[in-house]
Design a protein around this ligand. Structure first.
Ligand SMILES: Cc1ncc(COP(=O)(O)O)c(C=O)c1O
Length: 449
């Protein structure tokens, strides 16, 4: 059996897979933030190109990947599917553990899969500049590079605590020519409002989104790009799962358990949705596969949130989405998995969780770092703090089960986040538990629909 299952460049998928074609139920529509009525394409046109707006709602099963985007994917795709046999040995399991290694992308994570597609569709519609937010810096780095590929400008509002804790990610974005602003900033009304109320605010993804959206809405040649949550972002990530299915087929394997960490849900969906098709249609090899979305206990939207309409940002500029949410004013504690500190979750994942197709689990920060250390010691790769949540879940499932094939997504590497590993090794990291009282306070402020 091979350690690494590899595909040829010609085997990069030719289409994105749209799970909405196979869901026997519909998503609730996004609502306009002002009128609270279903939002139409014209409400989104200030932010996104028409092609991406269409991708949000289409029921077509396959969307052809433009040749220019497929060509750019050749820089790092197909990514390897790797058997973590040394990890298996260390935990003494009879299960086979595989990981899809998305950390090999030049910016270090899966985020480039959608960044390239989004930059391309915007460029095609004459947009010359994109604004966005970034938490840990992975998404900002990906969009900065994608904008460089398609000759566009990029401006990134970076959550202030990450801007200060992770200066290296800032350097990466600068190298790709992006402008990086710590958020909250005094460049937007949204930022000024937050700074007036909380002058020492260390920022959050929700605030940074408000700033980036406001800047796009107020300009004529700029659009906004989001790195997760929306249907079109999850759609672009499905190249991960399509490759993984082909790779398993090469070894005559089927996956029994699929695992991914979830912040807004894109890397998990990208791996899971092409397999989930069998479960939805009750046919095929993967109709009985289990799907596990893993989140931090400090920001547990799927395991503790409420399934309700909420804003995607803090100020309330984005359309309202029906999702499991902790409340758009929720301030998660400063865990190192910055990309998992988001109050909401992709509506597609929420619907599939509500209908019982996807399980959810939550883990504490320290146990995920312990899992990351074991993975690094055995497989030699230092994982991103976000991906370590998937590793922890994979280890737990491998201990509980016998002879199963477990596949998890290694969404990114942690080379630019070694300070968090230092803190862990020096015993300085802490678990933080979310109090029921804080959660209730935040949920009480959900918009009334
Ligand atoms: C490496 C990595 N994994 C996972 C995530 C979480 O995002 P998503 O749930 O959209 O995959 C992020 C977000 O920044 C990330 O950088």
């Amino acid at each position: 059996m091979s350690k690494k299952i590899l595909l040829k460049e010609e085997e990069i998928p030719e289409n994105f897979y749209n799970i909405q074609a196979d869901m026997p139920f519909d998503l609730e529509p996004p609502l306009h933030p002002g009128t609270k009525q279903p939002a139409g394409p014209q409400d989104l046109q200030k932010l996104f190109p028409m092609e991406l707006i269409k991708q949000e709602v289409t029921k077509e099963r396959y969307i052809k990947i433009p040749e220019e985007v497929r060509d750019a994917y050749r820089i790092y795709r197909p990514t390897p599917l790797v058997r973590a046999e040394r990890l298996e040995k260390a935990i003494g399991t009879t299960c086979k553990i595989y990981f899809k290694n998305e950390s090999v992308s030049p910016v270090g994570s899966h985020k480039l899969n959608t960044a390239l597609a989004q930059a391309y569709y915007n460029m095609k519609e004459g947009i010359t500049s994109l604004t966005t937010e970034t938490g840990a810096g992975q998404w900002g780095s990906a969009l900065s590079f994608a904008c460089k590929v398609f000759n566009m400008k990029c401006k990134v509002y970076m959550v202030k605590c990450s801007y200060e804790q992770k200066p290296m990610r800032k350097s990466v974005m600068h190298l790709f020519g992006a402008e990086v602003i710590p958020s909250p900033s005094n460049q937007t009304d949204a930022g000024r409002k937050i700074l007036k109320e909380f002058p020492d605010s260390s920022g959050s993804l929700g605030i940074a989104i408000s700033e980036a959206v406001e800047e796009a809405v107020k300009s004529t040649d700029k659009h906004y790009a989001l790195g997760s949550v929306l249907n079109h972002v999850l759609l672009h990530q499905t190249i991960i799962g399509q490759e993984a299915i082909r790779q398993l087929e090469k070894e005559n394997l089927k996956a029994d358990i699929i695992i991914g960490c979830v912040g807004g849900g894109s890397n998990f969906a990208g791996l899971a949705f092409p397999f989930l098709r069998d479960k939805l249609t009750k046919t095929g090899k993967h109709k009985n596969t289990r799907f596990i979305a893993v989140e931090p206990t400090a920001c547990p939207s799927l395991t503790k949130g409420k399934y309700a309409y909420d804003f995607g940002d803090t100020i309330g500029l984005t359309p309202l989405l029906k999702m499991y949410t902790l409340g758009s004013n929720f301030m998660p504690s400063s865990i190192h998995a910055g990309g998992l500190r988001y109050h909401g979750m992709a509506p597609l994942i929420c619907k599939l969780h509500e209908k019982g197709f996807i399980e959810a689990q939550a883990f504490n920060q320290l146990e995920t770092f312990e899992a990351a250390k074991l993975f690094a010691e055995t497989e030699g790769i230092i994982p991103a703090a976000e991906s370590s949540h998937a590793i922890k879940a994979a280890i737990e499932e491998a201990k509980k089960n016998k002879d199963k094939v477990i596949v998890f997504n290694l969404s990114g590497h942690g080379f630019l986040d070694l300070s968090s590993y230092d803190a862990y090794l020096q015993g300085k990291l802490k678990d933080s538990t979310l109090s029921e009282e804080d959660l209730k306070k935040s949920l009480d402020r959900l918009p009334k629909i």
